[in-house]
Write a protein that binds this ligand. Structure first.
Ligand code: DQA
Length: 146
């Protein structure tokens, strides 16, 4: 049983109601239900906060847990939070950055991620599929021992 963690940053708690034309109409609870169905052999835990410090505190707890990987959508903190970047850098497990929207096709400030260099990879613009694909990669990565 792999322990995989999904961390969502500011404003992502309102998924489904927040700018649905950009972020879609599916609520986060439904996304999690579907992911738990798709990954029956994984223990999936999710955490969302609008607060940078709370996200960092949560990532720090993963060091002492038997965490196998993290999927993170840092929201707008993606573009400017060196503190969150340092917290990701401190993890010794694979981290994948996910964005629902294509951050390269929007306002120019979104096209830069300070988190991405600390992640094994990034998925941007595939909507909620991004979370599933990121988890799929973490599972195959851990299974292959890399
Ligand atoms: C986002 C993209 C960010 O630029 C934005 O601030 C978000 C959501 C995405 O999932 O597309 O809050 O991370």
């Amino acid at each position: 049983m792999l322990n995989l963690y999904i961390v969502n940053g500011p404003n992502l708690g309102r998924l489904g109601r927040r700018q649905p034309e950009i972020y879609g109409t599916v609520a986060w609870s439904e996304v999690m239900d579907n992911l738990r169905t798709d990954f029956p052999n994984c223990h999936l835990e999710d955490f969302q906060s609008n607060h940078e410090g709370a996200l960092i505190d949560y990532l720090e707890t993963l060091v002492d847990r038997e965490a196998d990987g993290v999927v993170i959508n840092p929201g707008a903190l993606t573009h400017q939070s060196y503190a969150l970047r340092d917290a990701v850098a401190a993890l010794t497990i694979p981290v994948i950055e996910v964005h629902l929207s294509n951050i390269y096709a929007r306002e120019s400030f979104r096209a830069h991620s300070v988190i991405a260099p600390m992640a094994v990879g990034q998925i941007s613009g595939l909507g909620i599929d991004g979370y599933r694909l990121a988890l799929l990669h973490l599972v195959s990565r851990v299974d292959s021992g890399s």
